[in-house]
Design a protein around this ligand. Structure first.
Ligand SMILES: [Zn+2]
Length: 61
């Protein structure tokens, strides 16, 4: 792991993410698995990595 300083969410993708944060045409949405909670059954949601948000395409056809 490089220790280059950057944003806390720098290029960290979770299984539910369709693209890296900041990718044009994508945006944050509530995680469909945990509903934005970040937790499922007492454990950090694996789909969003416990953030409760996932990056998905927006405005698509
Ligand atoms: Zn989740």
């Amino acid at each position: 792991m490089c220790a280059i300083s950057g944003s806390p969410e720098d290029a960290e993708l979770n299984p539910g993410d369709q693209a890296a944060p900041g990718t044009p045409g994508t945006g944050e949405n509530l995680c469909p698995d945990c509903g934005g909670d970040g937790w499922l059954a007492g454990e950090a949601c694996a789909n969003c990595g416990g953030t409760g948000k996932v990056i998905t395409g927006i405005g698509g056809a």
